[in-house]
Design a protein around this ligand. Sequence first.
Ligand SMILES: Cc1cc2nc3c(=O)[nH]c(=O)nc-3n(C[C@H](O)[C@H](O)[C@H](O)COP(=O)(O)OP(=O)(O)OC[C@H]3O[C@@H](n4cnc5c(N)ncnc54)[C@H](O)[C@@H]3O)c2cc1C
Length: 373
Amino acid sequence: MSEYRYYIKKIFQPAPNQVIIEAGDKVGRPVFKYQPGQYAMISYRNRRGQLEDKHAFSLASSPANSQSIIFGIKIEGAFTRGLLDLQVGDELRVFGPYGNFCYQANKYPDAVMIAGGIGITPFFSALNYAHDLKLSNKLALIYSARTRLGATFYPEIRNLQANNPNLKTLFSFTEESGAVEANIINTRIGAEQIKNFIGDINGKTFFICGPSLFMAAIVANLLKLGVPRAQIKMEEFSMIPDKSWSARLKNISYALAFSVLVGAIIFFSFIYEPKSKASKNNYDANQLAAINSATYERMITIYDRKNKALADLNQQILAATNKAATNATSAGNPVGTPAAAPVYRPATVYTPAPVYTPPKTSPVPTTGVSRAR
Ligand SMILES: Cc1cc2nc3c(=O)[nH]c(=O)nc-3n(C[C@H](O)[C@H](O)[C@H](O)COP(=O)(O)OP(=O)(O)OC[C@H]3O[C@@H](n4cnc5c(N)ncnc54)[C@H](O)[C@@H]3O)c2cc1C
């Protein structure tokens, strides 16, 4: 893998979510050799002075231009946003070239290129190359974007077409209405649009680049039209991991930091576990105390009821005894004074129930009691 330290010659935003960067050698040496359709990995120093991990971008420039390479970049995440901080004269680290999605002029005399959004970049390189070398190859470009403002390199492609009789184009701007220029449609690209635009499919090679869903839909349409699978070439802008040692070390340090964090969480939860268990036990003890107290109250209530029943019984026995004694006295057979009846008091604490004890000196005649009942 070769690394090149280029400097930025031009950087501008043709639309809010795009940036075009042109870079080259500081002292004018030719840039590295590549083929139309290949890509490079780039890196730069961010605001904090740290080197960003490398990201892949197609070389949008013509390989015939030995002084500069050009990237057309859609701004999405942190890496691409960070590119907006760069200025003319800043360093751009470039690694490559990579990839097999190449437009080889001698191999593909009749090519159809179908681009979705920022997927135009490898084709822009091929169109420029064909223009620079004044190739007689047949080229057809179908380019789909939401609007023409969002279609990267749209004005430049119009210029190329004006200067290349072998290039024909069809633009699909799906969020615009009312075609005001030739070769513009506002519908999605289906089998019918492809067929109407290119006519005979025989002998043509199809190149597709864009979002995954877009590419899947185009492939399905081409197969429907009878294009052999071998005649379809694709490039997906999927994430390519930075495999350099600096990136690997960075990932390892992130993984280590993450492990330390997880370890710390496990450790502290272990430390605090006894406390939480203790509070759980406290709770259980409180709950138990509440249950005990409720049970105790209930036992006292039951005991009270029993006590009261016994006291009532004592009262009845006492009343019967008194009555029998009165009867005996009036019959000339006196008995001793009966003991005072125990009085029922509701128990708030456990106290044994009062028990009736008959007086020893005045036995109650059985007959009297039974008569009283
Ligand atoms: C061969 C090739 C050529 C490419 N050519 C171009 C080009 O010419 N112009 C252009 O604008 N883009 C191109 N891309 C896509 C470009 O590499 C990514 O879109 C870009 O690096 C994302 O950086 P970011 O700062 O927007 O997102 P980041 O902030 O770096 O990433 C945000 C999140 O999205 C994920 N992610 C980032 N990029 C991708 C992706 N491509 N697919 C799936 N998940 C992703 C990351 O894992 C991360 O989780 C190309 C990709 C490949 C593989």
